[in-house]
Design a binder for this molecule. Structure first.
Ligand SMILES: Cc1ncc(COP(=O)(O)O)c(C=O)c1O
Length: 393
């Protein structure tokens, strides 16, 4: 008989990221011998560039195998501050930078450090599921701003402003956006900054996809006058340098948050792996060509998948300006999006996510990641086009 393990109540408020669950279901089908095309996974399918791998190998040989300072190696903190300055964000002094194992802990620590029970966090819906999950976990109220297709899935600053109350503490932005691929314009960002300044809000600006854009400019809210001191600028190596498994994220924090977040690191993970940090140093200071080559390839795939989806009856898809996701509208199919996603996995052998995996306002949409080859994307489009008539019938 199992022990009577009773979980804490707070666990009922902790969500999950269903990409990992769909991946497990897809793998189970593959174990039965079924072929599955993976368009559910949110990570570049490219290898980490070799000069970064070499830097890590060298670091291991040099003895970067020990604990290091909680907020990060001084040389990496310095390099991150410069990197922000070189990539269209403000340049920061090293003492504003904190390094964590992946970018996700930045969200966790930021929300944990800022939000008391009853505080409110305004976040995009559809959006990366962790914003809501972590906010609710710490006892804060998660307040969604619907992102509407009519507005190209960009957050409407007036709508965000209308949700502010005297309990609002934090405004979460994400550009380029997961799952919609949308990018905020300069005027969106300036209007959102006015909301934050007027209501004294802290902004968590998730810019992990900042480099993965197809032409448009990246505008960080941190670069608007008066915003650098109230913005947590979140970024990392996972997407830009195809380094998801290295677990290397970083952020520039308002100065009063640096010490509390460092203490949260000491209480949870002690520090980020030293050799991953040395690899990140090589990534941030090394050649940009591998990043450009990856973006060029993503660009081709985006064009193929958007065009293909728009040729399938019952499906329509906007052209996203960034990240490596499309968020097609499947409302005409007349089924809830989780049913459509389950059908596509079972009957077309294509793994995708329901829009509702990203919040209630994702109903009627699917998310496909195009971090897969053009050939696999074409095969997936054919399989979807063949299978969908049997869903409708
Ligand atoms: C919007 C967004 N932010 C942050 C992350 C997390 O990145 P990391 O793997 O570095 O924790 C992801 C990963 O999918 C993401 O989509």
């Amino acid at each position: 008989m199992g022990a009577d393990v009773r979980l804490a109540e707070r666990l009922t408020r902790l969500g999950t990221e269903s990409a990992f669950e769909v991946l497990a279901r897809a793998r189970a089908l593959e174990a039965e011998g079924r072929k599955v095309i993976h368009l559910e996974i949110g990570e570049p399918d490219f290898d980490t560039p070799s000069h970064i791998v070499e830097a890590a190998a060298e670091a291991l040989r040099e003895g970067f195998t020990h604990y290091v300072a909680a907020p990060g190696l001084p040389e990496l903190r310095e390099a991150v501050g410069d990197y922000f300055g070189r990539t269209g964000r403000p340049a920061y002094a090293a003492d504003r930078i904190v390094v964590t194992p992946g970018a996700k802990p930045i969200m966790f620590y930021a929300i944990l450090a800022l939000c008391d029970e009853g505080d409110e966090v305004i976040y995009p819906d559809p959006g990366f599921p962790m914003y809501e999950s972590i906010s609710r976990f710490v006892g804060a109220t998660a307040v969604p701003v619907p992102l509407r297709e009519e507005n190209e899935f960009r957050m409407d600053p007036d709508e965000a402003a209308s949700l502010v109350t005297d309990r609002t503490k934090l405004l979460v932005l994400n550009t380029p956006h997961n799952p919609c691929g949308s990018t905020l314009t300069r005027s969106d960002v300036e209007a959102l900054a006015r909301v934050a300044l007027e209501h004294d809000l802290v902004v968590l600006s998730d810019e992990v996809y900042f480099a993965i854009r197809y032409g448009g400019e990246h505008v960080s809210i941190a670069s608007v006058d008066g915003m650098a001191d109230r913005t947590i600028l979140l970024d990392g190596c996972s997407k830009t340098f195809a380094m998801t498994g290295w677990r290397l994220g970083f952020a520039a924090f308002p100065m009063p948050l640096v010490e509390p977040v460092s203490r949260l690191i000491i209480n949870s993970v002690s520090c980020t792996a030293a050799f991953s940090q040395r690899a990140a140093l090589a990534a941030l200071t090394g050649p940009w060509e591998p990043v450009e080559a990856m973006i060029e390839e993503f660009h081709k795939r985006r064009d193929v998948i958007v065009d293909g989806l728009n040729h399938i009856d019952g499906v329509s898809c906007l052209e996203p300006g960034g990240a490596f996701y499309v968020f097609p509208n499947v409302k005409e199919l007349g089924r809830p999006s989780d049913e459509v996603a389950a059908f596509l996995l079972r009957d077309a052998g294509v793994a995708a996510l329901a829009g509702t995996a990203f919040g209630a306002h994702g109903e009627g949409y699917l998310r496909f990641s195009y971090a897969n080859s053009v050939e696999a994307i074409r095969d997936a489009l054919d399989a979807i086009a063949d299978a969908l008539p049997t869903l409708a019938g």
